[in-house]
Design a protein around this ligand. Structure first.
Ligand code: SF4
Length: 339
């Protein structure tokens, strides 16, 4: 196993399969127009599979498929089948906005996908429309229900909580989670690339979430566990477990073993990183497996990234990347980097 300068192993790989999305959430894609990755640069499934093998050689055993919206990638179950056939990948998960899940959950399950996380920011259709600028709330709920019917267990629902937007729905979301057998995770609004409407006063902090939930439910206990997962987990008095991902006010960079591969094969060591490593070019220029691994190993060993922690030290925080820079390099967008 290789480790970086903070002794963090290379273990989790998030693989974006497309930069396209069928929602336009305020916290991620608030603009009218986007610059998309050139189609010819998008990795073929065989290329993704080959890269995952190289990462597995170096210790990666958890892969999460992301987007954009991953189910927009045509024939996604074919890729899932290729990845789930690799015994070294112990955990194969996907994060989706759920819109297309009702039609695809069964195929994905049968192809060998282990786990699904669905983004769900509100239970109110009108609010969903305002937040995402699309009218697909019903489809998302149908997708969530289809996931359990298809056979998936361990469903998670991810909610980005924004002050004045959906911070009044925390307990309703937890109750909904109970009904659909899902663990809800509340995520602080982050100032990453693409979040051009971000402002500190729109962040609803972990402390505020815990206060609000304790007022509703009574005492909340932290779950004690050893994990590199981004969510801290808590238990309500009735035993219900939920998570909080406090990337903005209490980051967890010290245990971060995640890196990200974009749909066009750029490899990033941090959600906040401005520079990545072009693995597509290496792959397409005919470099051998060992040559590509010898690109990956020293890059990880030099890794000192702790983007969210460093942002804590910035006094007057504004969005990380300005719009002009995002247009020049769409790799800086969270939707390209797989969130
Ligand atoms: S900011 Fe970077 S180092 Fe910190 S947890 Fe996120 S991806 Fe990991």
């Amino acid at each position: 196993m290789i480790t970086d300068t903070l002794d963090r192993p290379l273990r989790n790989l998030r693989v974006s399969v497309t930069d396209r999305c069928n929602l336009r959430c305020q916290y991620c894609m608030p603009e009218e127009e986007y610059v998309w990755l050139p189609r010819e640069n998008i990795l073929h499934f065989e290329e993704i599979s080959a890269l995952v093998d190289m990462f597995a050689d170096l210790g990666v055993d958890r892969v999460r498929l992301t987007g954009g919206e991953p189910i927009l990638r045509r024939n996604l179950p074919t890729l899932v089948r290729m990845l789930s056939a690799k015994p070294r990948i112990r955990d194969l998960a996907m994060t989706t906005n759920g819109i297309l899940l009702a039609d695809h959950a069964r195929d994905l399950y049968e192809a060998g996908l282990h786990r699904v996380t669905v983004s769900l920011d509100t239970l109110r259709p009108e609010r969903f429309r305002r937040l995402t600028r699309r009218d697909s709330h019903q489809k998302v709920l149908a997708g969530i229900e289809a996931t359990t019917r298809a056979g998936f267990t361990g469903l998670k629902l991810d909610t980005v909580v924004m002050r004045g937007v959906n911070d009044d729905e925390l307990s309703e979301l937890i109750e909904y989670g109970k009904r659909v057998s899902a663990e809800v995770r509340f995520i602080e609004y982050m100032d990453v690339g693409g979040a051009t409407l971000w402002a500190m006063d729109k962040v609803f902090s972990r402390t505020a979430m815990l206060e609000r939930l304790a007022r509703h439910y009574g005492p909340i206990e932290p779950v004690t566990e050893e994990s590199s997962a981004p969510a801290d987990r808590f238990t309500l008095p009735d035993g219900t477990v939920f998570g909080i991902i406090s990337s903005t006010t209490a980051p967890f960079c010290r245990s971060c073993d995640r890196s990200r591969l974009t749909a066009d094969g750029m490899w990033y060591l941090c959600l906040y990183a401005k520079e990545g490593t072009d693995l597509r070019r290496a792959l397409r220029s005919g470099a051998s497996r060992d040559e590509i691994k010898s690109l990956i190993v020293p890059t990880w060993q030099r890794r000192a990234d702790r983007g969210a922690e460093e942002r804590l030290g910035v006094r007057h925080r504004t969005p990380l990347v300005q719009i002009g820079e995002l247009r020049r390099d769409p790799h800086l967008e969270m939707h390209t980097r797989g969130g």
